[in-house]
Design a binder for this molecule. Structure first.
Ligand SMILES: Cc1cc2nc3c(=O)[nH]c(=O)nc-3n(C[C@H](O)[C@H](O)[C@H](O)COP(=O)(O)OP(=O)(O)OC[C@H]3O[C@@H](n4cnc5c(N)ncnc54)[C@H](O)[C@@H]3O)c2cc1C
Length: 416
């Protein structure tokens, strides 16, 4: 018979959020286990098409956990400014849209690190590189038992402890189980926490490009009636694209041709032409450097993110539209908050205590709802072709740009 292993905290899922929580609990005095179904991430070769805009708050969290110094600084790009465009005009009067006779006033919202008094608005870095740095850090952590690749078979929540059984028969007992196992969370299902997700009927298409003109550290975003295109700066003259496009799944209309083209089925040259046109040739000619990939987008708001001896973090706790680049940052804020409560709880107190878990849920609620409501609202405001709405949304962007306190408030939230 295999003996049961006892831990204070068992984290299920070693993606960015679960791994960051384990790293933040390094000096907590708690005994930890991390169960991950995948093997250790492979070393990076070439550029990763999955890129994150890491907020200064998330960066600080990763610095304090000793993860940030393990990243290759030459592959990180700071975002010094951000420019957001509505769907009524172009960047300047020489754009292709201007030639087409369409209105060209730019409904533009602009943020800069200088205006905000910070070194950078965000840092752009690769998913794989961050995963590896986190796992490198975890490999040296004395209070942590890594179980991977390992598959979960059963999870039972009881008064004093939760019990996890792995497929290979090993059992783990924990005062607290953390579900960090992503959007289709098995832990969430075992705990009976559910809600119907809102299908955005969109995919996020990601790819990286080299560009003819320098991006000057600017992150660009274009709201269009049928999608949202973002080009984020990478080191050198390279950018990373996240294009949220509507349902006919990775199909976008080409104005000149008046029919729909599947983005992923395009040749690389055609895709470059499409992205250059949709970005109004702001960065000149584009050349693809990583093949495009697509991810389905949805919103998930749960009635609870805690249960008896359970806390959910990251995508297991919420799904957010990537238009604000806040998915993983919101997850890091969950991990930060939970780690802080566990570190401050006092060594005598039970780490799976119901008060502590309720406090975690209460403290995270506002941030999660704000992010979900903002991204949901913006997505629907722009995916609507009512002419009055079209005018109002663009006027709204311009007005927000002029109302300094409102702009600062929006930005402060994103910097967290
Ligand atoms: C197109 C696109 C672009 C995005 N861009 C951004 C961006 O710019 N900025 C941003 O902040 N966010 C972005 N996001 C969101 C971001 O990718 C997610 O929010 C983030 O990956 C969530 O991290 P996580 O650790 O919670 O979950 P995941 O990354 O999904 O990790 C879950 C982990 O759990 C493991 N696992 C799953 N099931 C089990 C199980 N039963 N047992 C053990 N282990 C298990 C998985 O193998 C995985 O390692 C984007 C998302 C999309 C779709």
């Amino acid at each position: 018979m295999i003996a049961c292993m006892n831990f204070d905290v068992v984290i299920i899922g070693g993606g960015l959020v679960g791994a960051s929580l384990a790293a933040a609990l390094r000096d907590s005095g708690l005994s930890l286990a991390l169960v991950e179904s995948q093997a250790t991430p492979e070393p990076a070769t070439g550029w990763d098409s999955r890129i994150y805009a890491i907020s200064p708050g998330s960066r600080g969290f990763l610095e304090r956990s000793g993860v940030w110094p393990l990243l290759d600084a030459s592959r990180i790009a700071p975002v010094e400014a951000m420019r957001v465009f509505g769907d009524s005009g172009g960047v300047n009067s020489t754009s292709a849209l201007a030639d087409s006779g369409l209105p060209t006033f730019s409904a533009e919202l602009e943020f800069s690190a200088y205006q905000m008094g910070v070194a950078e608005l965000a840092c752009i870095l690769e998913n794989r590189a961050l995963q590896r740095a986190l796992w490198q850090r975890l490999a040296q952590q004395e209070n942590l038992t890594l179980l991977h690749p390992a598959s979960c078979a059963a999870l039972r929540f009881a008064g004093e402890a939760a019990e996890l059984t792995l497929q290979d028969g090993r059992t783990l007992s924990a005062k607290l189980v953390v579900g960090a196992d992503g959007r289709d969370s098995w832990v969430r299902e075992q705990a009976g926490i559910s809600a119907a997700p809102v299908d955005y009927q969109q995919h996020g298409v990601v790819a990286n490009f080299s560009c003819e003109l320098p991006h000057r550290g600017i992150a660009y975003q274009w709201f269009q009636p049928d999608g949202i295109l973002a080009l984020l700066p990478l080191p050198g003259d390279q950018v990373s694209m996240v294009w949220s496009v509507g349902a006919r799944e990775t199909f976008v209309p080409v104005p000149e041709q008046k029919f729909h083209v599947p983005l992923l089925a395009l040749s690389h040259d055609e895709l470059c032409t499409q992205v250059a046109a949709a970005s109004q040739h702001t960065l000149g000619k584009l050349k693809i450097i990583t093949a495009p990939a697509a991810f389905p987008l949805r919103m998930l708001t749960l009635p609870h993110i805690v249960g008896p001896r359970l806390a959910l973090v990251g995508d297991a706790a919420h799904n957010i539209h990537p238009l604000a680049g806040q998915g993983v940052n919101t997850g890091f804020r969950d991990a930060r908050q939970l780690a802080q409560l566990l570190l401050e709880r006092g060594t005598q107190n039970d780490c799976g205590d119901a008060h502590l878990l309720r406090s975690y849920e209460r403290k995270r609620k506002e941030d999660i709802y704000t992010m979900q409501a903002t991204t949901y609202g913006l997505k629907h405001l722009f995916n609507n072709d009512v002419p009055l709405l079209r005018t109002m949304r663009n006027l709204g962007l311009s007005a927000t740009n002029r109302i300094t306190p409102l702009k600062k408030m929006l930005m402060q939230h994103a910097l967290n």
